[in-house]
Design a protein around this ligand. Sequence first.
Ligand code: PEP
Length: 249
Amino acid sequence: MMRTKLVAGNWKMHGSLAANLGLLHAVREGAGGGAEVALCVPYPYLAQAQAVLNGSHVAWGAQDVSEHEQGAWTGEVSAAMLADFACSYVLVGHSERRSFFGDTDAVVAAKFVAAQKAGLVPILCVGESLAEREAGITGDVVTRQIDAVLAKGGIAGFARAIVAYEPVWAIGTGRTASPEQAQEVHALIRSRFAREDADVAGGLRILYGGSVKAGNAAELFGRPDIDGGLIGGASLVADDFLAICAAAA
Ligand code: PEP
């Protein structure tokens, strides 16, 4: 099945109104056809992203969302609020949320469902730590993370979702999974979904994330089950990010 590649930037907690402006305009002007492009920005900059990117090839989204719909949840941001700013995408289960903010598999599953209820496309991030890889349990970890979401939302939810495989040891470390290592896990992820529904599995876009750079993007994106990338550090530099987008086109 043909799957259009997606390159999604994750700015993490970087930016300022002044600094973002040049970056947003450069990505807007430089992102051509071929691959889909999206930027996941900090909450306060969603309005700015919407203002600059509206009507362009570039979509925008957030990096997290509350599992709750509304109410007394001080500091949280709901999926409906993200929809108010015309977000297309939202990350759920990024490894930094899982490790530093206590997002369990169950919380991630609830966020995934909350995002979809508001019409957003969740990008479900999964991946193993270095210790888990060295212990030979990468497949178990990734399957457990996916199964929690399947148990809560069912396979049908993955007809309008994205999965991002991000080995924790490769995020922000400059250490990238080799194309072979990444492809092996991507194939395992797709086969897990195929056990539920072959059509959904065939259409599902599985992104790779973890120190993707202009120099390694094409080789990664050339593998059969790698449908684009989730890009942290390199999404903060327009030329680097656009080169990665071009590698996916
Ligand atoms: C990320 O933040 O999801 C990520 C993959 O970061 P980096 O590209 O910097 O490794």
